[in-house]
Write a protein that binds this ligand. Structure first.
Ligand code: SAT
Ligand code: MN
Length: 587
């Protein structure tokens, strides 16, 4: 294959000149080609076929043991003006960044194949879809991109048919995997990504966090749309209506489980349909409603903890045609990870290929992953390929807070909703590196993913109020409230649907709520708890707030927002003052 797109050809010539590959392979996206990528990985000893009877079409891939997660301190936003990247990003001047990484890319593909991967984020015929081309020397990346994006011939046809249209240029090289020579550089002003020194996940599959969130958020601001770290799910009511929500949570808050929630026995008439599990691109429709597409075609989900009782949909989706990265394997080559079954099976091989020994740590790496097409989910929505996307009725923000934050509250206005998103905070868990139980701010769960200054980002969000009066209602949820003894007050998992039901009732003008300074709170009996054995006291705590504690929280929120100096919109600072003065009257 070649391209008629002059911009693309010129860039590829430049890249080949720099990296000096032995061969160039244009990805067509076919199954035969995917099979060849797999064969190459197996021949190189980095991947292993899994049990073909139990897991047809599945592969185990082992990354380098020091290359198992994103690396925030090596991830840079490179804008001419450092304030455009903002205090929420590591910044480097574009000239210096190009100089530093180009020195590492020079000759980096010698003797290797350069894979050219044309891809589209979003349904290929969607006006909201955006094209990219990733160049990589990794067959793992090429194979994964085929699952995660619309990749190959149709994407190239799109690039050829619109030779003047912009596309994201992503250059990736595995390099020597030394953290000393690892950089993930974003040049939003040039729609370019340069990533070297890591072959893992979000560092290497450039369509995901790098394109769909960091550059996407930048493009979205320029073009008037939103690129968000949100799941998209449809909730079907017993009456057969489907309402769509988008929801953002920091890691370890059950986002994947919510995206594919299984209704509890008491709410059997409901169904959840998954449109996306990680990223949403949202545009204002002509009717003033906000429409969301899932730019991705696949899931790159955390394996540990995924089980028949926590997420049967995800488990079903990975039984065939999936790639597993850094999981353990059983004696008969079936994938295994902590939480899949109660006890580790005998004859287990750990993620580094050693006989499993608990003294070496968990069998599966804590950030081990599965990669599978969303269409393999039993609960996949029939709207995943809808070029217009789905209309969003409610936006949910959430965090993990043992105290303070009620089970659910509804924003009093769009501005208040943006404030709720901007001040999202969550307690760290063992799933993240560092101290456990510390509250950290993670605005809209975008802290590592917003490609520009958070102050400007909140301003962009606020601006939607002036463009439509049919925006979604905004909510904040907290499934993780604890009592004095440290026990969870709310059962979580499928029962979270009870909260979603109240959310939908609020959207359709029925749910009961009281107005407080911090938002509309459900009355204790507004949420159906039939069959849950929750004490009235538990429901009272879950639906109330403590004005004195909230005053302290608002001081902290104000200090946080002030970090962004004059880029922080006045309207958000005014919102904190509004809440503070109402809290003082309430106290
Ligand atoms: O590795 S990814 O960035 O794709 C996933 C994650 O860390 O959230
Ligand atoms: Mn994510």
């Amino acid at each position: 294959m070649t391209t008629r797109n002059q911009k693309l050809q010129a860039w590829l010539d430049e890249v080949a000149h720099l990296t000096q590959p032995a061969r160039v392979h244009w990805c067509d996206g076919s199954q035969a080609e995917y099979d060849r990528f797999v064969a190459e990985m197996i021949a190189a000893g980095s991947a292993f076929p899994l049990n073909p009877a139990r897991h047809p079409g599945c592969l185990l891939y082992r990354s380098h043991p020091t290359d198992v997660a994103r690396v925030e301190h090596l991830t840079f936003i490179c804008t001419r003006n450092r304030h455009d990247a903002g205090p929420n990003n590591y910044w480097m001047h574009p000239a210096e960044a190009h100089r530093r990484v180009d020195a590492l890319f020079a000759g980096s593909m010698q003797g290797r194949t350069m894979y050219v991967i044309p891809y589209v984020m979003g349904p290929i015929d969607s006006p909201y879809a955006r094209a990219g081309v990733e160049v990589t020397d990794s067959p793992y990346v090429a194979a994964s991109m085929r699952i995660m994006t619309r990749m190959g011939r149709p994407a190239l046809e799109l690039l050829d048919s619109a030779p003047d249209a912009d596309f994201v240029r992503g250059l990736h090289c595995t390099g020597d995997l030394s953290p000393e020579r690892r950089f993930i550089m974003h040049f939003p002003e040039e729609l370019t990504i340069k990533s070297i020194g890591s072959g893992y996940g979000g560092n290497a599959l450039l369509g995901k966090k790098c394109h769909a969130l960091r550059l996407g958020s930048w493009q979205g601001r320029q073009e008037g749309w939103l690129a968000e770290h949100m799941l998209i799910a449809g909730i079907e009511t017993p009456e057969g209506e489907i309402h769509y929500i988008a929801a953002a949570f920091p890691s370890a808050c059950g986002k994947t489980n919510l995206a594919m929630l299984v209704p509890p026995e008491a709410l059997k008439g409901y169904r959840i349909w998954t449109v996306g599990d990680d990223i949403a691109w949202m545009h204002l429709g002509r009717d003033g409603r906000l429409y969301a597409i899932n730019p991705e075609a696949g899931m790159f989900g955390v394996a540990p903890g995924t089980a028949a009782h926590t997420n049967p949909n995800a488990l079903a989706a990975v039984q065939h045609d999936a790639i597993f990265t850094n999981v353990a394997v059983t004696g008969d080559m079936q994938p295994w990870w902590e939480g899949l079954t109660e006890t580790a099976p005998p004859d287990l091989t750990d993620w580094q290929g050693r006989p499993y020994d608990p003294a070496n740590g968990p069998a599966a790496q804590a950030n081990s992953r599965f990669t599978a097409p969303v269409t393999q989910l039993p609960c996949v929505s029939d709207q995943v390929d809808n070029p217009r996307g789905v209309p969003i009725s409610a936006i949910l923000f959430g965090g993990r807070r043992a105290s303070l934050t009620p089970l659910v509250l509804e924003a009093l206005s769009w501005t208040h909703g943006v404030f709720l998103g901007a001040t999202v905070a969550s307690e760290t868990t063992a799933a993240t590196i560092g101290q456990v139980g510390v509250v950290k701010r993670d605005p809209m769960a975008m802290r590592p993913f917003c490609g520009y200054n958070f102050g400007d980002y909140f301003g962009h969000w606020l601006g939607f109020a002036g463009r439509s009066d049919r925006l979604p209602k905004v909510f904040h949820v907290n499934w993780f409230r604890k009592d004095d003894q440290g026990r969870f007050l709310w059962p979580g998992f499928g029962d979270n649907l009870r909260v979603l039901r109240w959310v939908l009732e609020r959207c359709t003008g029925r749910g009961v709520a009281v107005r407080t300074p911090i938002g509309y709170l459900p009355t204790p009996d507004a949420i159906d708890t039939a069959g849950l054995h929750l004490s009235p006291e538990a429901m009272r705590v879950l639906t109330s707030y403590d004005p004195a504690l909230w005053l302290t929280e608002m001081d902290d929120a104000r200090d946080y927002l002030r970090n962004y100096g004059d880029r922080m919109p006045e309207a958000l600072l005014a919102e904190v003052e509004r809440i503070r003065s109402e809290l003082r009257s309430a106290a």
